[in-house]
Write a protein that binds this ligand. Sequence first.
Ligand code: G1P
Length: 291
Amino acid sequence: MIKKAILPVAGLGTRFLPASKSIPKEMVTVVDRPAIEYVVKEAVAAGIEQIILVTHTSKASIENYFDRNFELETRLEQKQKWDLLKEITEILPPHVSIISVRQPQPLGLGHAVLCAKAIIGDDDFAVLLPDVLVKDHEAINDLSLMIQRFDASKAAQIMVEAVPDHLVDQYGIVDVTRLPCEGESIVMQGIVEKPALGTAPSNLSVVGRYILPAKIMQLLEQTPQGAGNEIQLTDAIAALQQLENVEAYRMQGQTFDCGNKLGYLKAVLHYGVDHLKLGEAFKDLIKELEL
Ligand code: G1P
């Protein structure tokens, strides 16, 4: 079973300035909690027990968020604010731990994943890119389906979704012989990082959720700089695919790219209207806008 997940959070979030100037982009709130909490909870819902943050000196507030805050807890206890106390102490279930490791230089996603090599050891693992929020479709957790499929097939799983043709140069794109159904995994023929328009093998983009075998770390060590002069995870997956089957899993849920401002606003709308306590009032607010 996959129990470890790497979350690369060292990026400076230039696409999200000015919001990300003095707080990590992962700490920008979606409704009433930071974006990173949704991603961590997605991993926990899929059975992950150890979250490995690959982080940067400017990102300590992420670690603080998942840590206890003695002063705040004492104050809430004194004021008998039990609901709030429960909220801040039960962000993670007790069996889940958060570990962090630094990425000392911005050398790319592949390099960020490699920074967690010593913690991963011989274990297969998940990678979740926190810019993208994945919202379940009818309580189906795509990541847990990928883990089940990995356990059964032993083939690495790469979550994909269809994107419009004019956007393929912004993503990793997989090469497949046919379009998989939603919820289906099929063996891929190749994968390429940010292909130029008109050259992409399909319009199935890599969403930012991966189930990978431990041996990808050795491949990452040998991966030269690729697109954008960075060490690309996509290139190591392409190398893995030369050795064994790698599968593209077509997701069922919905993605929100919180790395860009409009994607972020869309996430706030969707998570806002579905919020247990605020949803109905939020819908009324939207109606009041009379657009
Ligand atoms: C990364 C990956 C890319 C993937 C994308 C998803 O790119 O390298 O393959 O499609 O995340 O968001 P980035 O957005 O970091 O440039």
